[in-house]
Ligand binder design. Structure first.
Ligand code: CDT
Length: 335
């Protein structure tokens, strides 16, 4: 059956003073650790190379742009050791980074590198940007300036097939019984952090038969201004609530689209004080967490997944062709 091994590479604290080269060394260790456990796809977090800089206010210009990768990341000399490792080990990876295009546009981006094809085969730019454009005036509020630093993504939620992962995959994905599920090269989707809370992108991918969703994220454990709870909470209560919502959306959307999902977090306290929730995990199409991180540090989470398990939901309760009633869904796309 169509079984593949997938990994989430969780990344612990990254400080304002951490260099991208130091981070990349840690990523290579995570990558080789995942490879040693047989992983065929490794998922890295959102904005993997730096601290979560949208918590800080920087003026436009070089002070901000140093967090970004300029031009095509496929050509980046910084990233070359990771691309080389993936090519040599024949292992695919998803990677989140801050993108500065050659024509000066800033995006919160990710890509999927296929080792079988030796190149990036899918690119994505985060669509749902949380936070505010202006920093908070309250002095101890924690900022989330993604609306200031990034443009909303301009690429479609295009599912894609990743070749070379499943022995005997049927070309084009059609099996003798006419089903595509688990027969062809796996159908993948990618999102970034806050996108995972919105059912719409999951469904757009789900409608394309997506079997495996890949997501990197940076979720702050303490951010009362942005979460907006009416009830005062201790730090511990807030952390639990934020973790609950993270798992809730991952599990519910995996179930509702009958797909596996892998999500990789930034974790721990950046600069010893900015807490990130961690909670990297792998989820099956029935919504169960089948593997999860148990530290707040660099950690690899691995699981074997059988894409035939997507069949139950896709052919029964969530058989979209038979059960969706699109005549009632118009409001979803009204402005
Ligand atoms: N990076 C990112 O998108 N984080 C958001 C935080 C929301 S507001 C605190 C998230 O949805 O996890």
């Amino acid at each position: 059956s169509p079984v593949i091994k997938v990994a989430a590479a969780q990344v612990g604290p990254v400080h304002l003073t951490s260099t991208k080269e130091e981070v990349l060394e840690r990523l290579l260790i995570l990558f080789y650790t995942a490879v040693a456990q047989g992983a065929q796809i490794v998922v890295f977090p959102e904005l993997t190379l730096t601290t979560f800089f949208p918590r800080h206010m920087f003026p436009n210009g070089p002070e901000l742009d140093k967090f970004f990768e300029k031009g095509d990341i496929a050509e980046s000399s910084l990233m070359k050791p990771l691309f080389d490792a993936a090519a040599e080990k024949k292992v695919d990876f998803y990677f989140g980074y801050a993108e500065l295009t050659s024509d000066g546009k800033h995006y919160n981006s990710s890509f999927y590198y296929s080792a079988a094809l030796g190149k990036i085969i899918s690119r994505y730019r985060k669509v749902h940007l949380p936070g505010t454009f202006e920093p908070f005036t309250k002095p101890d509020a924690i900022n989330q300036l993604e609306k200031r630093y990034f443009l909303p993504g301009d690429l479609p939620f295009d599912a894609f097939r990743a070749p070379g992962l499943i022995k005997g995959a049927v070309k084009g994905g059609q099996s003798v019984d006419g089903s595509t599920i688990g027969k062809g090269d796996p159908i993948l989707g990618q999102l970034i952090c806050n996108d995972r809370r919105w059912p719409e992108p999951w469904r757009v991918y789900g409608l394309q038969g997506m079997e495996l969703m890949l997501i990197g994220y940076n979720t702050t454990s303490h951010s009362p201004e942005l979460w907006g709870s009416r009830k005062p909470m201790t730090l511990e209560e807030e952390y639990k609530e934020v973790m609950f919502h993270h798992k809730l959306v991952m599990q519910a959307n995996s179930y509702g689209n009958s797909c596996f999902s892998v999500c990789a977090a930034r974790a721990g306290a950046d600069d010893g004080k900015w807490g990130m929730i961690g909670g990297s995990c792998i989820i099956d199409p029935q919504g169960h967490i089948i593997a999860e991180a148990n530290t707040d540090d660099d950690e690899v989470v691995v699981a074997e997944i059988d894409l035939e398990d997507c069949r139950q939901g896709k052919e029964k309760i969530f058989d979209f062709d038979r059960h969706r009633r699109t005549e009632h869904y118009g409001r979803i796309v009204e402005q």
